[in-house]
Write a protein that binds this ligand. Structure first.
Ligand code: AHR
Length: 619
C-alpha cells in the first residue's frame, strides 16, 4: 500500500536536478554535434591518433597533392597543410557514408590558401554524389597572393544525398597551399556560425536539461597533463585543456582523443557555454585534477604544472564571467559574447583512481577557486564508481572536509537500479550534496529505461541531497561506438532517441515544485528470484600459474572476475562486480605460494539479479 501525506512538506524540487552529460565519445563532437561536414579539415590526422590515420585521412588527392609540415605552415598550432603543385585536386568524403546534403539548403565553404602563381590560382569547389552527379553549381574562387588568406563562398544544393563528396580543384600553375578546408550547413542550431548540428542540438534542447556537464568523462583526465607546446614537440593525447579549444578555430591544436580518434576542438569551451545558454541550462565544466583516471592511474609530481592548471581554472572563470576589460573576458567578447556566461559551478576531476593524490590536488584547486570566487560551487568526486575500492575512501574525505558536492558515477544492471531505489534515503542531510554525474542501466533491453525511471523516483524523493543527475553517455554515432547504451543515436543525416531518452525527457519536462512525502509498505519493489549457483574455481589452475577467473551471465555481462596473481589480500575484493550478489566459500588468503592451490576452492555465488545458472570460465 502507498500512503501519501499531501499536507507534509517534502524537499523542494529544482529544474536543475536533471541535466545532460556531453562527452566527446562515440564521435559525439566531430562528425556529431559539431556541424562541420569536412573530416580532417586541417590535415592534422596522424598515425598516433589512431591506427591507419594519415594527413590525408578522408581525402583523395588527384595530381601532385601532399600533406606537408614545414615553416610555411598556417600557424604554430595548425602545423600540417596541403601542398598542390600544378593542376591538382582533393576530394573529402566527410563522415560515415559521406557529406549529408539537402536539396535547397545553403552550405558555407571556406579555405585558407596562398599561392606563388603570378596571376593567382583559380579554385573550383564542387559537391557531387559518390557517383559523380552534381549536387550544386560549382563555386569559383581565386587564391590571390602568397600570404595565408581565408577565402569563402556558398554552395546551394540542388539535390539530396547522404553520400556527397566535396572537391577543391586547382588548375593553376605554381605552388598552392591549402588548409582548414571547411563546409558548414547554413542551417545550424540557432543559425550560429561554427555551430551545431540542428537535429542533435534540438533533441538535447527538447529535454529541457537543467545543466550541461562537459566535456567528459575519461576524455578530461587522461593523457599528457602538459599543455600544447610547439617548441618542445607538443604532446599529442593531452588531457582536455580548455585553452586549446578557444579562439579562432584554425588556431585550435588538434588532439588525440582518449576514445581512439581525434578532436579538432572546433566544438570547444566557447561553443559549450553558448550552447548551454541557448538551451537555458547551467554550464558545468569538468577540469582535469592532474591525476589520471580511466585505467591510467598517474599523478603529477610537478608542482609548477599543478600551479599552471590551477591558474587555468581561475582563467576559465574569468573567460566565462570576467569583464571585457580582463584578458580572458576580452577573448570571450572577441569571440562574440561580451556578456558573461554566468558560470556558477565547476567540477575538479573525474573518477580518479588514486584517492590520496586526487585529494591533495582537489584541495589546492578548491582553495584557490574559493579564495578568488567564494560563490563558485566546486564539485569533488567519489572515485571510479560506487563499486570500486576507493569509493568510500573519497566519500569519507569529502564528508569530513565538507565539500560542496560530490560527483558519483555508476553503470549497473536494471535489477540493481530497482533494488537501490532507497540509496539516498539514508545519506547525511547535512553532508555534501550529491551530483550523480553519470549513470545508466546496462542491459541491452527495454527494461533499462524502466529501471532508470523507477530509480529516478528515488533521486527525486531525495532532492534535498541529490542536487543534480545526468544519464551517460549522451550521444553515439552508430558507426563509431565506444560505449553503450547511449541516449541519442545518429548517423550523418538522421538521429533518434533511445527509450532512456524518452524517460529523461519525461522527467526533465515535468519537474514539480516539491516532493509530496509518501511511504510504501507490503512490497513495492520487484525483486527477481535469487539464484544460487556453485562455482568451482580450483579446476582452472594450471600447474605453473594461477589463472584468472571470470563468471559471466548468459547475456555476457561479467558478474565477477579476478586475477589470482594481482597481489591483493583477498581474491574476492579485487573484483568490480556488476549487479547484486554475494559469494561464500571462495574467500581465501592470497599467499602467492605453492600452498595457494589448496586454498582455491569452490564458491557459492548468489546472484539476485536473474534466474539462470552461473558459469565460470578461465579468462
Ligand atoms: O560515460 C562514459 C565513461 O564512463 C566516462 O568517460 C567515464 O567518466 C566513465 O567511466
Amino acid at each position: 500500500s502507498i500512503r501519501v501525506s499531501p499536507d507534509a512538506t517534502g524537499p523542494a524540487l529544482s529544474k536543475q536536478q536533471y541535466g545532460v552529460f556531453f562527452e566527446d565519445i562515440n564521435y559525439a563532437a566531430d562528425g556529431g554535434l559539431y556541424a562541420e561536414l569536412v573530416r580532417n579539415r586541417s590535415f592534422e590526422f596522424t598515425a598516433t591518433d589512431a591506427a591507419g590515420f594519415t594527413g590525408l585521412t578522408a581525402w583523395t588527392p588527384t595530381g601532385a597533392a601532399t600533406v606537408v609540415n614545414d615553416d610555411q605552415r598556417l600557424n604554430e598550432r595548425n602545423r600540417n597543410y596541403l601542398k598542390l603543385t600544378g593542376p591538382a585536386a582533393v576530394t573529402n568524403a566527410g563522415y560515415d557514408t559521406g557529406i549529408a546534403v539537402r536539396d535547397g539548403a545553403t552550405y558555407d565553404f571556406s579555405v585558407w590558401a596562398r599561392t606563388d602563381a603570378a596571376g593567382g590560382a583559380p579554385l573550383t569547389v564542387t559537391l557531387r554524389t559518390s557517383d559523380g552527379a552534381a549536387l550544386a553549381a560549382p563555386l569559383r574562387l581565386t587564391a590571390k597572393s602568397d600570404t595565408w588568406t581565408r577565402y569563402t563562398g556558398t554552395l546551394r544544393a540542388t539535390g539530396t544525398s547522404d553520400r556527397a563528396r566535396l572537391t577543391v580543384d586547382s588548375r593553376g600553375a605554381g605552388t598552392l597551399r591549402l588548409d582548414e578546408i571547411s563546409l558548414f550547413p547554413r542551417d545550424t542550431y540557432k543559425g550560429r556560425r561554427n555551430g551545431l548540428r540542428k537535429d542533435l542540438a534540438e533533441k538535447i534542447e527538447a529535454l529541457h536539461p537543467g545543466f550541461v556537464r562537459f566535456p567528459g568523462g575519461c576524455l578530461v583526465n587522461t593523457g599528457s597533463m602538459y599543455p600544447y607546446d610547439a617548441a618542445n614537440g607538443y604532446p599529442r593525447a593531452r588531457s582536455y585543456q580548455w585553452k586549446d579549444t578557444v579562439g579562432p578555430v584554425e588556431t585550435r591544436a588538434t588532439n588525440k582523443n582518449f576514445w581512439g580518434y581525434n578532436q579538432s576542438y572546433g566544438l570547444g569551451y566557447y561553443e559549450y557555454f553558448q550552447f548551454s545558454e541557448d538551451i537555458g541550462a547551467m554550464p558545468l565544466p569538468v577540469l582535469p585534477a592532474l591525476v589520471t583516471g580511466c585505467g591510467q592511474n598517474r599523478a603529477t609530481n610537478d608542482p609548477a604544472l599543478l600551479r599552471q592548471h590551477i591558474q587555468d581554472a581561475l582563467d576559465l572563470i574569468e573567460f566565462a564571467n570576467g569583464p571585457v576589460t580582463s584578458t580572458w573576458g576580452r577573448l570571450r567578447a572577441d569571440m562574440g559574447h561580451p556578456k558573461p556566461f554566468g558560470l556558477t559551478t565547476v567540477a575538479v576531476g573525474n573518477e580518479e583512481n588514486l584517492p590520496e593524490e586526487y585529494w591533495a590536488n582537489f584541495l589546492q584547486f578548491e582553495s584557490a577557486i574559493k579564495a578568488k570566487h567564494p560563490d563558485i560551487t566546486v564539485v569533488s568526486n567519489s572515485g571510479p564508481d560506487d563499486q570500486g575500492g576507493t569509493f568510500e575512501n573519497l566519500w569519507a574525505k569529502n564528508r569530513s572536509h565538507g565539500s560542496d558536492m560530490v560527483d558519483e558515477h555508476y553503470y549497473n544492471s536494471p535489477a540493481w537500479f530497482l533494488q537501490n531505489n532507497a540509496r539516498y534515503d539514508t545519506y547525511d542531510r547535512n553532508g555534501p550534496k550529491v551530483f550523480l554525474g553519470e549513470y545508466a542501466s546496462l542491459d541491452a533491453k527495454f527494461s533499462n529505461s524502466l529501471a532508470e525511471a523507477a530509480y529516478m523516483t528515488g533521486l527525486e524523493r531525495n532532492a534535498d541531497v541529490v542536487k543534480m543527475a545526468s544519464y551517460a553517455p549522451l550521444l553515439a554515432n552508430i558507426d563509431n561506438v565506444q560505449w553503450k547504451p547511449d541516449m541519442i543515436w545518429f548517423d550523418n543525416d538522421e538521429s533518434w532517441g533511445s527509450t532512456s531518452y524518452q524517460v529523461q525527457k519525461l522527467f526533465m519536462n515535468n519537474v514539480g515544485d516539491r516532493v509530496v512525502p509518501s511511504t510504501v509498505s507490503g512490497g513495492g519493489v520487484v525483486r527477481p528470484r535469487p539464484i544460487t549457483g556453485a562455482v568451482g574455481l580450483s579446476t582452472w589452475r594450471t600447474a605453473a600459474t594461477y589463472d584468472d577467473v571470470k563468471v559471466t551471465r548468459p547475456d555476457g555481462t561479467v558478474l565477477f572476475s579476478d586475477d589470482f596473481n594481482d597481489g591483493d589480500a583477498d581474491g574476492w575484493t579485487a573484483v568490480q562486480p556488476r549487479g547484486t550478489w554475494t559469494a561464500t566459500g571462495g574467500g581465501y588468503a592470497q599467499t602467492d605460494t605453492a600452498s595457494e592451490d589448496t586454498m582455491v576452492k569452490a564458491a557459492t555465488i548468489t546472484d539476485t539479479d536473474y534466474d539462470y545458472t552461473l558459469k565460470a570460465t578461465k579468462q
